[in-house]
Ligand binder design. Structure first.
Ligand SMILES: NC(=O)C1=CN([C@@H]2O[C@H](COP(=O)(O)OP(=O)(O)OC[C@H]3O[C@@H](n4cnc5c(N)ncnc54)[C@H](O)[C@@H]3O)[C@@H](O)[C@H]2O)C=CC1
Ligand SMILES: O=C(O)[C@@H]1CCC=N1
Length: 264
């Protein structure tokens, strides 16, 4: 049995993704203190809900998807209920494997994971890092579980704050760009639905080119940039407004915030 503790935006994306890829709802237990939301989840997914202590007693694998600020209290509350051989996977930004291990005690294997919300549609990107006592089989198990909702990459834990800043928060950056492009189209008089379709499919197409061609993005951008044309005019404006620096600073700010969350 798998328990998902905290079925907010990320926990529910993982829950929906796991069920959509064949996990039996009877093998998934959810802990969600907002009773109204818990009732919705039971109705929508046919899963059972229980408190965290019960989830810790019954599930062999626990996926923790609560806010980093609430994590230590939760770890201390479930530690006495976890039996031998349990695997605890935390998706919380900034919470290190050593914090997880310190509060869960010996005999509990931990994995720090950083997924993203496209997990909801099976297109997630998750990075994982093992704790001190996690076996290769347990890391494989975590990888298999998260592979159900997208791609998984193993990283050295020292890169996890960067992962958080790039792929964890990353979908928000693309939504920000999408929103801006759609509004620009609407401001030019285009119907909103048409603008949204153009932008959505352009992101899908650009993403497929990046992933499938193996080319550096600069090469792909050059192919779009006709001499003396429209793209050159647009990119000159992006550079003039410092968009490149804004993105670099934004990603550094996310990385620093992830680090700060680990300091409590
Ligand atoms: N939203 C995202 O794109 C991503 C979020 N994360 C991580 O996932 C975690 C959750 O983030 P969100 O889903 O965005 O937040 P959220 O606020 O939507 O979800 C948190 C959920 O935990 C529940 N909760 C609070 N205390 C609890 C407790 N003691 N036991 C069980 N459930 C409890 C809340 O009722 C809520 O449903 C965070 O640690 C975040 O760093 C990681 C990757 C991406
Ligand atoms: O904003 C956050 O803190 C979480 C972690 C990565 C994406 N969402």
């Amino acid at each position: 049995m798998i328990a998902i503790i905290g079925a907010g935006k990320m926990g529910e994306a993982l829950l929906a993704g796991l069920l959509a890829t064949g996990h039996d709802p009877a093998d998934v237990l959810v802990t969600e203190p907002r009773e109204e939301h818990a009732a919705e989840l039971r109705g929508r997914y046919g899963i059972e809900t229980a408190d965290a202590a019960e989830a810790a007693r019954r599930a062999r694998t626990l996926l923790l998807a609560i806010k980093p600020q609430d994590m230590v209290e939760l770890l201390d509350s479930i530690a006495p209920h976890l039996g031998e051989g349990r695997l605890v996977v935390s998706v919380a930004a900034g919470i290190t494997t050593s914090v997880l291990e310190k509060h869960l005690g010996d005999g509990v294997a931990v994995v720090r994971a950083m997924p993203n919300t496209p997990a909801l549609v099976g297109k997630g990107m998750t990075a994982i890092a093992a704790g001190r006592t996690t076996t290769a089989e347990q890391l494989d198990h975590a990888e298999r579980l998260l592979s159900a909702v997208g791609e998984v990459v193993r990283v050295d834990e020292k890169h996890m704050d960067t992962v958080t800043a790039i792929s964890g928060s990353g979908p928000a950056y693309f939504y920000f760009i999408a929103e801006t492009m759609i509004e620009a189209g609407v401001a030019m008089g285009m119907p909103r639905a048409t603008a949204q379709r153009l932008v959505g499919q352009t992101i899908t197409g650009a993403s497929a080119m990046l992933n499938e061609s193996g080319e550096h993005p600069v090469v792909l951008r050059e192919a779009v940039t006709s001499p003396g044309g429209t793209t050159a005019a647009a990119v000159r404006e992006l550079e003039r407004h410092g968009v490149r620096t804004a993105f670099t600073d934004a990603i550094e700010a996310a990385r620093d915030r992830s680090r700060a969350l680990s300091e409590g």
